[in-house]
Design a protein around this ligand. Structure first.
Ligand code: DOR
Ligand code: ZN
Length: 455
């Protein structure tokens, strides 16, 4: 028997363990065998992993791909090109585009654009505002992966619904069986301190971080959890940045609430000192926290397990919007967010190299769990026979430095990871049996990526 693609001579790692000298056989885009190299069938195309590590495709459930409407920052093609180059096989786009993704029509537009140009598979969230509570069942029918509520205003200025509207949204979303994620910063606290800081002339990048204190995040987490406890909704905390918020998630889990949480490589990698060193380049919402909260996030979130998954919050902006020419310029003139798709796997592999995660724990949080949380498992996030042949091959020993952000594939390339050194990198990315990235080149076709179907 000859199959379409065989990958041999890898250490195959899943959350359940690792098998050396193994590989995968693929036919018609699905996995037909995972076995020792010598027991795999012949393939029309054969890749020799050279002893590298092969893991189920990385799932990034939090990116801002900016299309429709903000293509000057990024679009589906460029975001998914960066994903392929970063070892990411599935991405989920955020709804703060123009128009915002708040109706079946806008969701369909987002899907159409993705079908036309994506390199890897994709999905999208829809936003819930004061205006569209009644549309929740129709948005569900139109195929959204899940829903998002902004509890405080952030980039895109989507106004937060009232607490009553949030409760009603949770009841309606519960009926769809889907999950509701939050941008969890209490808008009133953030607005208050922002005004105070600006009036006092506190204009440095670190002031932006301090104007969005941990209590704003913790209160928002606790409120969402209390409402979910009341309504029975399934909820998710996007981009948890502090140990205090992770602790609040742990308490919610302890009370039996179906609350999941993500953090990002930048909260695990940097402390707020990066704002003093790199300025507005590192400005993001929620902000990068001080050393105490950072360590607490590692302990409660990672070591004790309050954080389920890793995502980037990939948020491209132009150099002008990020004040790249003047990184310590007035922070209130700068925008929040930076790209991350091509540094997330290297950052996580560096943590593995430092002994802070095992490979199995990394794969659990960066592939299996996000797929499970958002209802894409086992089609995505597993290496089961009969599922999509999505996998990422990584070199865990490669030591390298992101010397020049122009190496990146996004349309705009601002990142505080420029100049950082890593141990590990994706060397090949395979989506439904097609090699989309190999040896430094994106080789897949724009438009190959497709929407992940969820019921
Ligand atoms: O820093 C951020 N940037 N935080 C957000 O909540 C949104 C994101 C963006 O869209 O740029
Ligand atoms: Zn985001």
């Amino acid at each position: 028997m000859t199959v379409d693609l065989v990958v041999r001579n890898c250490t195959v790692v899943t959350p359940d363990g690792r098998s050396p000298d193994s590989g995968i056989a693929v036919e018609d885009g699905t996995i037909v065998a995972v076995a020792r190299s010598g027991r795999l069938p012949d393939g029309d195309q054969v890749l020799d992993g050279g002893g590298a590590v092969l893991v189920p495709g990385i799932v990034d459930c939090h990116i801002h791909n900016r299309e429709p409407g903000l293509e000057y920052k990024e679009d589906w093609e460029s975001a998914t090109r960066a994903a392929a180059a970063g070892g990411v096989t599935t991405v989920v786009g955020m709804p703060n585009t123009d128009p915002v993704i708040d109706s079946p029509e806008h969701l369909e537009l987002k899907f159409e654009r993705g079908e036309a140009s994506a390199h890897v598979d994709f999905q999208s969230y829809a936003v819930v505002t004061s205006e569209n509570l009644e549309s929740i069942p129709d948005i569900d029918e139109a195929g959204a992966l899940g829903f998002k509520i902004f509890l405080g205003s952030t980039v895109g200025d989507v106004p937060p619904p009232s607490d009553g509207e949030i409760l009603e949204a949770m009841e309606r979303i519960r009926e769809t069986g889907k999950r509701l994620g939050f941008h969890e910063e209490n808008g009133e606290i953030v607005d208050h301190y922002t005004e105070r800081f600006r009036a006092a002339g506190r204009n440095e990048p670190i002031d932006h971080a301090h104007s969005r204190p941990v209590i704003a995040e913790r209160e928002a987490v606790e409120r969402a959890i209390t409402f979910a406890e009341e309504t029975g909704a399934k909820i998710h905390m996007f981009h948890v940045s502090s140990g205090s918020a992770a602790k609040a998630v742990a308490r919610g889990k302890g009370r039996g609430v179906d609350v999941t949480a993500e953090t990002t490589p930048h909260y695990l990698w940097f402390t707020e000192d990066v704002l003093r060193e790199k300025g507005n380049v590192a400005r993001i919402q929620p902000p990068i926290r001080d050393a105490d909260e950072h360590e607490h996030l590692w302990r409660v979130g990672i070591d004790e397990g309050a954080i389920d998954c890793i995502a980037t919050d990939h948020a491209p902006h132009t150099d002008e919007e990020k004040l790249v020419e003047d990184p310590f310029g007035n922070t209130w003139d700068a925008i929040s967010g930076f790209v991350g798709l091509e540094t997330e796997v290297p950052a996580m592999l560096t943590f593995v190299d430092e002994g802070r995660f095992t490979l199995e724990e990394w794969v659990s949080r960066h592939s299996r769990r996000p797929a499970q949380i958002w209802g894409m498992y086992p089609q995505k996030g597993s290496l089961r026979i009969g599922t999509d042949a999505d996998f990422t091959i990584v070199d865990t020993d490669l030591e390298w430095t992101l010397e020049d952000r122009e190496e990146l594939h996004s349309k705009t390339r601002v990142t505080p990871f420029e100049g950082e050194s890593f141990t590990g990198k994706a060397v090949a990315t395979v989506v439904r049996g097609e090699v989309v990235y190999e040896d430094g080149d994106v080789v897949g076709e724009s438009g190959y990526g497709t929407r992940v179907d969820v019921d």
